[in-house]
Design a protein around this ligand. Structure first.
Ligand SMILES: Nc1ncnc2c1ncn2[C@@H]1O[C@H](COP(=O)(O)OP(=O)(O)OP(=O)(O)O)[C@@H](O)[C@H]1O
Ligand SMILES: [Mg+2]
Length: 281
């Protein structure tokens, strides 16, 4: 561990001037931000904004220009400092993998091969099942669980090896409001209890606002980062999108309305073409 890390001054994740081109198109351009231990950060962007691509860069799975430091060291594959909950997870109900088996596999995620079961290992699995309130369905097949139950098991799977940085790619996408709240509350509790940093992606920031410390907002391949107050502003988001964006307060919530490029030249309110609308509380 470097000196900078041991005195807590280095960010757990530092993304500096990252650019990615895929199939001849620049998906990410000069994306820079940093995350400190214990921080809960929302990675917000609409479909195709580059959220999954950015996760793959951090995980060392996607070639990129620029620098990514994880715990002060260059990014690498199978980094034990990182826990990851991918966007897509589908398991057939017939697959005989119980929730507790999937959680246990998280202990082997950064190693090659599977370790033999041990008492310490079983105790750690129980501890994680408890931490995510999954003991009631610990022996059920993962493929038979509801979306919210699966998310909790996947979070336990990602956390069991005690990472310092937890990446979650749209974990709320298929959850109803209540399950979403439960998962967010669970993550907020784990972040503060274990002093880990969480980067969670979503296309809708509303459910995350009560708990996120910071936001990384992706649009047009570029990122704006800071506190929600610093980023979710007409001036900042307009500069990011490259055209005018309204940030409106409605009944204590914020509505972000992004019109078409060129709209600035048009003064008619009725001409707005809404390409993106987000409700933010
Ligand atoms: N392997 C690839 N080859 C070519 N283009 C790709 C590849 N992977 C992603 N892209 C493109 O890069 C852009 C960003 O994709 P990405 O999956 O990172 O977006 P996202 O923000 O995660 O979107 P969503 O909210 O839909 O998950 C998209 O336009 C996508 O089509
Ligand atoms: Mg994605």
């Amino acid at each position: 561990m470097s000196e900078a890390l041991s005195n807590g001054s280095a960010p757990i994740l530092a993304v500096d001037e990252v650019s990615v081109s895929l199939a001849g198109r620049e998906v990410l351009r000069d994306v820079s931000f940093a995350i400190e231990s214990g921080e809960f950060t929302g990675l917000i962007g609409s479909n195709g904004a580059g959220k999954t691509t950015l996760f793959r860069v951090i995980l060392g799975l996607q070639a990129a220009h620029g620098t990514v430091l994880v715990g002060g060291a260059p990014r690498s594959r199978r980094n034990p400092l990182i826990g990851y909950v991918p966007q897509k997870f589908q398991l057939d109900p017939d697959v005989p993998l119980r929730a507790r088996d999937l959680v246990a596999l998280g202990l082997d995620a950064h190693r090659y091969g599977i370790a033999t079961p041990s008492r310490a290992r079983r105790a750690r699995v129980e501890e994680m099942l408890e931490a995510v309130d999954a003991r009631d369905f610990a022996d059920a097949r993962v493929g038979t669980l509801s979306g919210g139950e699966q998310q909790r098991v996947l979070i336990a799977h990602a956390l069991i090896a005690a990472p310092k940085l937890l990446l979650l790619d749209e974990p709320l996408a298929n959850l109803d409001l209540r399950s979403g709240h439960e998962v967010v509350a669970l993550l907020a509790r784990i972040t503060s209890e274990q002093r880990i940093a969480v980067l969670i992606s979503a296309h809708e920031m509303n459910p995350l606002l009560p708990v996120i410390d910071r936001i990384v907002y992706l649009a047009a391949g570029r990122a704006a980062s800071g506190t929600t107050e610093e980023v979710v502003r007409t001036s900042v988001l307009s500069a990011l999108y490259g055209h005018h964006v309204d940030v409106l307060q409605v009944h204590g919530r914020v509505l972000v309305v992004a019109g078409e490029a060129g709209e600035l030249a048009d003064t008619s309110d009725h001409s707005h073409t809404q390409t993106q609308v987000e409700i933010v509380s």
